[in-house]
Design a protein around this ligand. Structure first.
Ligand SMILES: Cc1cc2nc3c(=O)[nH]c(=O)nc-3n(C[C@H](O)[C@H](O)[C@H](O)COP(=O)(O)OP(=O)(O)OC[C@H]3O[C@@H](n4cnc5c(N)ncnc54)[C@H](O)[C@@H]3O)c2cc1C
Length: 254
């Protein structure tokens, strides 16, 4: 583990902040780090920013993320990684489908992807749309909000379906709530478009030992978190079940 300093904090919404660390890392978009928040917990986080400095974009949901949101520039944290399998760059025209904080791992991928980029950015409400300004600069950006406060009213997956009906894509990349990603998988299988999705499961070790993130024989931390449609179509739990902190299976709801 490397101990590093929080160099810069950017506040995006009442729930989201990006934390930049004084740490360089040779990582691939879609890979993740295990972030130790001293005295609290160690949690998995995708890299939203890869380059001179690494950055993570964090939604405040529970104990560890709330504690992180209270930290200040100059405070110290621990970082292990990068871990897991990231996204593979495929083709020359891609559709990116992000639901909520799911834009985090896709943001570094979008920056790296050299071809034509179409992005569906979805959130519950207008205030929770992340990186809108940066994304609209050089891409085809489509917005959806569940409450209709900005852009298309409805789920990102429904808007993505409309775009897929009109345009041809070499690949679809997605990250967000699992029911959304399951809909994208089914659509891509039906249309015969390759797809890759970044999954979330409860993680403790991050390196394939503890089994917390086991899903139908795969470890999300080691075999994923990014999986291709070929693997996802075989995972029966995808979009249906996940395991909580004690390892008990719980149904996934939106
Ligand atoms: C590979 C990977 C990459 C991730 N990248 C990001 C990221 O870029 N940005 C980000 O904000 N979050 C990301 N997460 C999720 C993040 O790790 C969890 O939100 C965090 O661990 C919650 O910790 P907590 O102590 O704040 O919440 P807890 O107190 O542990 O939990 C609060 C609530 O969130 C739920 N929860 C906790 N962890 C998860 C999870 N993994 N999946 C679904 N629900 C969960 C719990 O069931 C509970 O209801 C990622 C997770 C994985 C596995």
């Amino acid at each position: 583990m490397q101990i590093c300093k929080i160099e810069k904090i950017v506040t995006h919404s009442k729930l989201h902040k990006t934390f930049f660390f004084d740490l360089r890392m040779n990582a691939k978009p879609g890979q993740f780090i295990m972030l130790w928040i001293p005295g609290i917990d160690e949690i998995p986080m995708s890299l939203s920013h890869i380059g001179d400095k690494i950055g993570i974009t964090v939604e405040k949901v529970g104990e560890a993320t709330k504690a992180l949101h209270k930290m200040k520039e100059g405070n110290k944290v621990g970082v292990r990684g990068p871990y897991g399998k990231g996204f593979e760059i495929v083709g020359k025209k891609a559709l990116f489908v992000a639901g909520g904080t799911g834009i985090a791992p896709l943001f570094s991928l979008i920056k790296k992807y050299n071809g034509e980029k179409h992005i569906v950015l979805g959130a519950k409400t207008k205030d929770l749309l992340l990186f809108k300004k940066e994304l609209e600069e050089s891409n085809h950006l489509y917005i959806s909000t569940d409450d209709g406060s900005h852009g298309y009213k409805g789920f990102a997956s429904d808007l993505a379906k409309k775009i897929i009906e009109k345009e041809n894509f070499d690949i679809v990349y997605t990250c967000g709530p699992e029911p959304m990603m399951k809909k994208i998988l089914d659509l891509c299988l039906e249309k015969n478009i390759p797809m890759q999705a970044s999954l979330e499961r409860y993680m403790k070790c991050g390196v394939g030992i503890c089994d917390s993130c086991a899903i139908d024989g795969y470890h999300v931390c080691k075999d994923g978190p990014v999986f291709s449609h070929e693997v996802l179509k075989k995972i029966k739990d995808f979009g249906k079940w996940w395991r909580n902190a004690s390892g008990r299976k719980e149904s996934i709801t939106i």
